[in-house]
Design a protein around this ligand. Sequence first.
Ligand code: SF4
Length: 355
Amino acid sequence: MPSGIYRGHPDACPGAVELHQAADGGLARIRVPGGTLPAARWDAVRLAAAELGNGSVELTSRANLQIRGLADGVELGERMRAAGLLPSWSHERVRNIVAAPLEDNQALVDALDAALCADPSLASLPGRFLVTVGASVSGLGGDLGLVGNVLLLAGTDTGVRVHDPVDALVTAARLFQSMRGTAWRLSEVDGGVRKITDHFGATDAPRITPAVTPVAPSPSTPGVPLGRLDASQLAGVPIRVTPWRSVVVPPGTDTSGLITDPDSPWHGVSACTGRPGCAKSLSDVRADVREWVSRPELSDPDGTIGVGARTPQGARQSGSIPRPVHWSGCSRRCGRPAGDVIEFVATGDGYEEIR
Ligand code: SF4
């Protein structure tokens, strides 16, 4: 009998065909396992956003893509399938594989993606289920993770070492599926990590510590302000999407409008959708962030800031890696990056700071 957390409803993660109805229209999420998009695929997404959506492509914290303002998912689904971005109708929402963007791991990710899609029993994995591949993304809270031959379970190295990573990850996903009940994540299943560890057998190898190592902005790894690309940007360019609202591009790419300087005030700043896209939002968060970024002279040492105010002194220091700053339109705090983050949450009368 499955035990652990009880979820009274299935997760509602959108896909490329099953849209989420947002305040600004249909929202599609296009899975990009490993984040790699050859130019033709990226162009298919860009053009779909321009011709079917609101003209923008959003990057998510799992290195997927979103298009907003859609009437329905029918034509988008057909276009994505034609472009090779929707290889399985049945498994489209469970292809959640985020990979270290500067490592040579796309072939492994592709093999894992194909193996997941080939197993009918895995089509009903929760949309929240996540697999991480590589060291720099190992701390992103994956249900399963792979670092070399280390198999991470719910973000923990329990001593499992594997020889065939694709087979091991698929086996672990099946075990999770068999015992999850209504749970969405491995960490929610009582004894789930232990049971999978017992299945493989724990070694006495030294344990590793999962970590998150974001890519710093540069001309070949530009950040995307507030994670939103205009459909005209990076036309004809092969890109690799990172989980940090940035992309990896070939040398010499036109990065106009993107963040290439680590000292940019945009570096490390993220925001939820806010108004007008989200009906729950208490503010036009993105407009507030744009004003905040453009007015560095403003600060509020009291910690509770009004619209347009800048983070308190010390949150960002030139020449250092800034702590990420995330803005939300309500207490749900969607899109909050993993790890140590300074947050501003709309209250209806300004923003509350959470450190
Ligand atoms: S944090 Fe609140 S306002 Fe922002 S997208 Fe989520 S639900 Fe909407």
